[in-house]
Design a protein around this ligand. Structure first.
Ligand code: NAD
Ligand code: DAU
Length: 348
């Protein structure tokens, strides 16, 4: 095999799209998906590729140094694409330490194992997947650039910022080859229905309230998850050592407007009278320390690496709604907890 790539967090939302893309596009690469299967890890996301010859799954926690070393040795890992993380801001507010453990200590653990396993650093890459939230919150003007100073505001973004700093420190101190990308909000198939878009789709389907934090005036910049996976492919193969790339689709929406778009699409798909779903909108207590606006300037990756999103938002959101409606079983397994039995049933 030309490369043996360790993809961490591959059973999660974005990771599952990255694993699928790499397994299908690069039959000469061995793809090792390492994931400890937290509540957010779901092997059903990988049903279509789990039998592929160039794919292997390892149920390992990135906190577990001994098992990580064994995975590097067993698969002769040549490169890492690191996505494993605690990813939900609301959970970080109620349990910050879980985020320090996985996002900070777990990342340093992985860096240490890569540093000691690899001999000639020029032949290997440690690619760290990060978020635009590390840059803090914007007022109504301006964009996040790669040079924007870090100013994380939530325990989640503080933990991601910390892990980014460690990756840069390993590049500077030990000369590990590294690259980091910081992406805006993703949406699409396989996203756990705790996040705004799948939560609303699921609640509209079940006639449940749509909880909009505060006045719904906060702004997020949305990118279809497959376009993020395509960007990761491009950065992995063409990104320059030590560089950072912002990834986004110049696609800002107020939360309330996103929720209303979902209501309209769902009314049509479920053949409900127009305006039915909007009645479910419920304004609730705001998220503590809620960042006002995120907006990525993605000019660098577009100009230097030639990546750009393939889907317009209207098309992406329609595909997303269709996917959730056509994959009711996935949604039921996720909401009932049944998906957690998939590993035992298929791998043990
Ligand atoms: P997710 O929560 O859907 O998936 C995370 C995956 O990591 C899960 O499969 C989980 O089981 C695994 N994991 C968690 N802790 C682990 C541990 N200790 N050891 C091994 N595996 C562990 O997350 P996501 O939304 O797919 O995000 C993936 C990455 O992309 C994260 O690093 C996140 O910070 C980043 N990111 C996410 C977004 C977004 O909009 N979702 C945007 C930008 C960046
Ligand atoms: O910007 C990238 C980040 O996007 C990623 O790094 C995170 O991993 C990912 O979870 C996401 O963070 P957000 O906090 O922006 O995503 P979430 O879907 O939780 O919320 C989107 C917006 O909707 C946010 O302003 C909060 C609001 N919201 C969210 C939920 C879950 C609501 O109004 N009601 C809700 O029930």
């Amino acid at each position: 095999m030309e490369k043996s790539i360790l993809i961490t967090g591959g059973a999660g939302f974005i990771g599952s799209h990255v694993v699928s893309l790499f397994v299908n596009k690069y039959p000469d690469y061995k793809i090792v998906n390492l994931d400890c299967l937290t509540y957010a890890g779901n092997l059903e996301n990988l049903k279509e590729i789990e039998g592929a010859e160039n794919y292997t799954f390892e149920k390992v926690d990135i906190m577990d140094e001994v098992s990580l070393k064994k995975v590097f040795e067993d698969h002769n890992i040549t490169d890492v694409i690191h996505l494993a993380a605690e990813s939900h801001v609301d959970r970080s507010i109620s349990d910050p330490l879980a985020f320090v453990k996985t996002n900070v200590i777990g990342t340093v653990n992985l860096l240490n194992v890569a540093k000691s396993y690899w001999k000639d650093y020029s032949k290997h890459l440690f690619y760290h997947i990060s978020t635009d939230e590390v840059y803090g919150s914007l007022d109504d003007g301006g964009f996040f650039l790669e040079t924007t100073p870090y100013d994380p505001q939530s325990p989640y973004s503080a933990s991601k910022a910390s892990s980014d700093h460690f990756v840069r420190a390993y590049s500077n101190t030990y000369k590990l080859r590294t690259v980091i990308s910081n992406c805006s909000n993703n949406y699409g198939p396989n996203q756990f229905p705790e996040k705004l878009i799948p939560l609303c789709i699921n609640n509209i389907k079940n006639n449940k309230p749509l909880p909009v934090y505060g006045k719904g005036e906060n702004i997020r910049d949305w990118l279809y998850v497959v376009d993020h996976a395509r960007a990761i492919d491009v950065v992995f193969h063409s990104g320059k050592n030590g560089e950072t790339y912002n990834i986004g689709g110049f696609n800002e929406w107020k939360n309330i407007d996103i929720v209303k778009v979902l209501c309209k699409i769902m009314d049509k798909k479920l053949e409900r009278e127009s305006g039915t779903s909007e009645k479910l909108i419920t304004f609730v207590k705001d998220r503590a320390g809620h960042d006002h606006r995120y907006a990525i300037d993605a000019s660098k990756i577009q100009q230097e690496l030639g990546w750009e999103p393939s889907l317009q938002f209207e098309e992406g959101i329609e595909k997303t709604v269709d996917w959730y409606l056509q994959n009711q079983e996935w949604l039921e397994n996720v909401t009932s907890g049944n998906y957690q039995k998939y590993y035992e049933a298929h791998y043990e």
